[in-house]
Design a protein around this ligand. Structure first.
Ligand code: CA
Length: 220
């Protein structure tokens, strides 16, 4: 099929940022602090954060669940899209990373809207589904262990209201999903996940070449 997607050179990417990114100074500071960590690659791109913020605003999200919080950059963008009474439930396994996150959430005045649950995200999600005490969510952002994406997705879909949105990160996985020479566990898991989503009649679907690839799945 002919490819109509523009090639994003560094020059063009910088143009895109210069002409659309409205990243608050505090967010930029967190991004820079995170960039110095060995796991810096796990940080989402700023334009992706802003895009997810817009999506949350578009659907009028008041309840968001985030699977994989890391140092809290995506949660800043998402929680700032919530109204005062809105809540973001953040799931992550790392005390170290989320200590950084909490510091910035406090400074941004968003700590009151964010509840952090530390632990294995698969277990936290399974518990949330079993509890049935959580109000239906409007939006879920999945960005943790790639081998557990299918499980996260199934749980999130159950926790979402009809019309709710799941955003899944890293679906293009640095191009490895389309490279038959690459067959590590994460790549194979993402391939299987992408294939399953295509066939999933429970959702409306769009895969976008934003950053490392994101899929939007709206629960029918
Ligand atoms: Ca990611």
């Amino acid at each position: 099929m002919s490819n109509k997607t523009i090639t994003l050179t560094d020059t063009l990417y910088n143009y895109l940022l210069e002409h659309s990114l409205r990243e608050p100074e505090l967010y930029r500071r967190l991004r820079e602090e995170t960039a110095a960590l060995p796991e810096a690659i796990m940080q989402i791109a700023p334009e992706q954060g802003q895009f997810m913020h817009l999506l949350a605003r578009l659907i009028g999200a008041t309840r968001i669940i985030e699977v994989g919080t890391f140092t809290g950059y995506s949660a800043l963008w998402l929680a700032s899209a919530l109204p005062e009474h809105g809540r973001l439930l953040a799931l992550d396994i790392s005390e170290e990373w989320t200590t950084i996150a909490r510091r910035y959430w406090e400074e941004a005045g968003l700590a009151g809207r964010i509840e952090l649950r530390l632990g294995d995200a698969s277990e936290s999600l399974a518990a949330l589904c079993a509890e049935r005490t959580l109000s239906p969510c409007d939006l879920a952002f999945i960005d943790a262990d790639k081998c557990a994406y299918e499980h996260y997705y199934e749980c999130c879909l159950r926790l979402l209201r009809p019309g709710g949105l799941v955003i899944i990160d890293n679906v293009l996985w640095d191009g490895k999903v389309a490279d038959p020479r690459v067959n590590d566990d994460d790549t194979r898991a993402l391939r299987r996940f992408n294939r399953r989503l295509l066939e999933d009649e429970r959702v409306e679907l769009s895969m976008l070449p934003v950053a490392d690839g994101i899929t939007l799945a709206m629960k029918r």
